[in-house]
Design a protein around this ligand. Structure first.
Ligand code: CO
Ligand code: ZN
Length: 335
């Protein structure tokens, strides 16, 4: 699956600007779908029809990633910015950024960066700037409203991989691969590649309204508790299998969805873990609250260092997520 992951992670796609990611995925999924459409918001939805005896199932993985947006240009040519989604400030110092037109820049900080960092207190947004190497404002290749991503190319470490966009290109890869491997299913399955999750599941909100699913499952990354003194206690470990979500900040998974996923994993002897994520959420929270309510849950790919340039996943977990979903989708929905 690395052949899917690498181009997905290297594609440009801060929230609201997912075009490059969408084009890649559209080409991959078209031969495997009965219908493909792109909706008003920019969500890409591929439908695989079942035999008419199943349910309507929506799977959602978000195409967007966190990023920066330019708010002001100074006479010196330095650019002020604000965040798109939750960008941890501590990861920004010295980071390179890439704009949609390929312009590269570097992030720095007013007032002597080393001193500020040593002082432990992270300076607020207003003290940071991007330097694209210009002498002055005149002739700058980027300006107010332009968006950038943190430049952090894909790195293959063998069983594990590192990249900045694994949240949630890992989920996108899982959906594409599941669609490719799925032979037959009783269900009508909507493979939704959503926009603007990082700013509050905006794409999944409208997609779920349109699709009107019976069951909604988000496929996204989740944190792990397996590095020294983690920020939050968590049972999830990297490499111990895909995680079946019990709850997070925005969702309490419907017990029937959780149970059905557990049963599918056990029937196929796929190692899995149960996930309770104290912080963070996914598109499942939007699906759950669509229209009159949807049975919702999530399958998560464990990921270390989420929202940093060094997000890390284990390829076995990715493979396990595909096997779990494939098994779940092939089975009738429990009565
Ligand atoms: Co995220
Ligand atoms: Zn995510």
């Amino acid at each position: 699956m690395k052949e899917l992951l690498q181009p997905l992670c290297d594609a440009f796609g801060p929230a609201g600007f997912e075009d490059e990611v969408r084009e890649l995925i559209r080409e991959w999924i078209e031969p495997h779908c009965d219908e493909v459409r792109i909706d008003t918001m920019g969500n890409l939805v591929g439908l695989r029809r079942g035999n008419g005896k199943g349910r309507r199932i929506m799977l959602a993985a978000h195409m967007d990633e966190i990023g920066l947006i330019i708010t002001q240009v100074e006479d010196s040519g330095l650019l002020r910015f604000s965040q798109i989604g939750v960008v941890p400030l501590k990861t920004l110092l010295g980071m390179r950024v890439r704009f949609a037109n390929g312009t590269l820049g570097v992030i720095s900080l007013e007032g002597g960066a080393e001193v500020e960092i040593l002082s432990r207190e992270l300076p607020d947004m207003g003290k940071w700037f991007v330097d694209v190497g210009a002498r002055e404002r005149e002739g700058l290749p980027v300006g107010v409203g332009d968006v950038a991503t943190l430049f952090r190319p894909f790195a293959d470490l063998g069983e594990r991989v590192v990249a900045g966009g694994l949240d949630d290109r890992a989920g996108c890869a899982v959906l594409v691969e599941t669609l490719r491997r799925l032979e037959s299913s009783p269900h009508d399955i909507y493979f939704a590649f959503t926009v603007q999750e990082e700013v509050g599941s905006r794409g999944a909100t409208t997609a779920a309204y349109m699709i009107e699913p019976d069951i909604g499952i988000a496929v996204d990354v989740t944190s792990t508790g397996d590095t020294p003194r983690p920020k939050q206690p968590m049972a999830v470990r990297l490499g111990a299998g895909p995680a079946i979500k019990v709850a997070d900040r925005g969702l309490i998974s419907h017990p029937r969805v959780r149970e059905a996923l557990v049963q599918a994993a056990e029937a196929e002897q796929i190692p899995y873990q149960l996930e309770v994520l104290p912080l963070g959420s996914t598109d499942a929270q939007a699906m759950q609250r669509a229209r009159g309510g949807v049975l919702a849950g999530a399958v998560s790919v464990p990921c270390r260092y989420i929202h940093t340039p060094g997000e890390m996943i284990d390829m076995h977990d990715l493979e396990g997520a595909v096997r779990l979903l494939t098994a779940f989708l092939a089975r009738p929905w429990p009565a």
